[in-house]
Ligand binder design. Sequence first.
Ligand code: FE2
Length: 168
Amino acid sequence: MASFGPEDLEKIGCSRWVVKHCLAVLEKALDIAARVKVNVDMDVIREAALLHDIGRCKTNGIEHAVVGAEMARELGAREEVVRAIERHIGAGIPREEAVKMGLPARNFVPVTPEEKIVAYADNLVLGSRHLTFEESIDKFRKILGDGHPAIKRYKALHEEIQSWINRW
Ligand SMILES: [Fe+2]
């Protein structure tokens, strides 16, 4: 399949809130991608943002990233897109934490700028509502507790992407 649209999510049977969430994350990711002064593949960002939660039409557990990556692969998505889907959860989940959560024993940490932008954009959208960075940090604190390592990782992700935006 050459390119994907929201109709692909509907065809697969994703619920309306998933489709709306994915569209909001798509909008956020494209906005960030347009502002960063690093080279990014817009098509990868577009497809990965749109499909990032495709796994949620099968499961709402954290494994939706693994399930979704496999679904995207079956739909013919490129490996860059598949990897961005698999690595979008949290602000990246390292192997040791992944194992404790029942995920396969590998790193679920965004590596490329495209993967990082999709994961970051997802954190800045709650349902279909756009959040400020402060609101998104509060969401992390409420869900995971103040001292959780994910908060530090999310802050680092935020700072890295802001540095790409503020670069001369
Ligand atoms: Fe997700």
